[in-house]
Design a protein around this ligand. Structure first.
Ligand SMILES: [Zn+2]
Length: 262
C-alpha cells in the first residue's frame, strides 16, 4: 500500500506499510499524524489506519535503509535550534520541533534546564542550615582575620616605636585587607562552586531563581546586598523565616537568588 502522510502542512510519501510502521516506531509520525492512501475518501489519523497495515515479518526491527521514497520527497526539516535544513532521518524530534545532530547536545541541555524551570521545584534549604552556614563562614573569616591581625599587631608594635602616623596607615591597610578577604571569599567561592565553605559544610548552595549558576558579578552584588540585610538590624535575614517555601532573605530578593539543598 502506498501511504502519504502530512508533515507541517506538507504531504510526504509515498511510503509503504513497512516504512509507515517504522516512521511511527521511531516517533517521526505520531498517532495523530494524518495519513492517506489512494482509495481513502479522507485523511485519517495514523491511529485509525494502524490496524490495516501489513508489516512483512522481520522488517520491523532492522530499520529500512534511508528510503528513497521519503528522501526524494524533500523529507527535510528546519532545525528549531540553528534554523538550518537537514534530512529528517538525521534529526531528532521533540514535540513539533526537530533538532539536528549538531544542536542535539545544546537542546538536551536546554530541555533539562527547562524542565527544572517548568516544575519550579527547587529544593529550598532550611533556615537552620542557612544560619549554620552563615555562622561557620563567620568563624572561618574570624580565624583568618585574627591571623592577619596578629601579624599586623606585631608590626604595629614596631611601627609605634618609630612614628605614630604609621600606626593609622597600617590600620587602614589592615581594614582594607580584611574587607577584601571577606569579599574575595564570598565572591570567589560562590561564583566558582555556588557555595562558601560554610554552605558546603551545610550541603546548601546559592542558585538563581530558576536554578541556574550564580555568576561572579551576581555573587559580588549579593555580597553588598547582604550588607543591606545586616544593616537593617538583621531584619533582611529574619524575613527569610517567613518567606515560604522559598525562604528568601532580603539579599536573595534583591539579587534574585535562592538557597537550595545540594
Ligand atoms: Zn541545528
Amino acid at each position: 500500500m502506498n501511504w502519504h502522510y502530512a508533515e507541517q502542512g506538507k504531504q510526504i510519501g509515498p511510503v509503504n506499510d513497512d516504512q509507515l510502521t517504522e516512521l511511527a516506531r521511531t516517533g517521526n509520525i505520531s498517532s495523530e499524524t494524518y495519513v492517506w492512501r489512494e482509495g481513502m475518501a479522507d485523511w485519517l489519523p495514523y491511529s485509525q489506519i494502524k490496524s490495516e497495515l501489513k508489516t512483512s515479518p522481520g522488517s520491523e526491527k532492522p530499520a529500512i535503509p534511508p528510503s528513497p521514497a521519503v528522501a526524494n520527497n524533500n523529507a527535510e526539516a528546519v532545525c528549531s535550534e540553528c534554523g538550518r535544513i537537514f534530512p529528517m532521518d538525521e534529526m531528532i524530534r521533540h514535540g513539533n520541533a526537530r533538532i539536528c545532530a549538531n544542536c542535539k547536545p545544546v537542546f538536551m541541555q536546554k530541555l533539562s534546564e527547562g524542565a527544572q524551570i517548568k516544575t519550579g521545584e527547587l529544593n529550598y534549604a532550611r533556615i537552620s542550615s542557612r544560619f549554620a552556614a552563615v555562622f561557620l563562614d563567620g568563624l572561618i573569616l574570624m580565624a583568618i582575620n585574627m591571623g592577619i591581625g596578629l601579624v599586623a599587631g606585631l608590626s604595629l608594635a614596631q611601627a609605634a616605636g618609630v612614628k605614630p602616623k604609621g600606626v593609622i596607615a597600617l590600620q587602614i591597610v589592615l581594614f582594607a585587607i580584611q574587607m577584601s578577604i571577606g569579599i574575595g571569599y564570598e565572591v570567589f567561592l560562590i561564583g566558582k562552586y555556588g557555595a562558601t565553605w560554610g554552605k558546603m559544610a551545610c550541603k546548601i548552595k546559592v542558585v538563581t531563581a530558576d536554578g541556574g549558576r550564580v555568576t561572579y558579578m551576581r555573587a559580588l552584588g549579593r555580597y553588598f546586598a547582604k550588607m543591606v540585610s545586616a544593616f537593617t538590624l538583621m531584619i533582611g535575614y529574619i524575613i527569610a523565616i517567613f518567606d515560604n517555601p522559598q525562604k528568601r532573605a532580603l539579599h536573595d530578593r534583591i539579587c534574585d537568588t535562592r538557597v537550595i539543598n545540594k
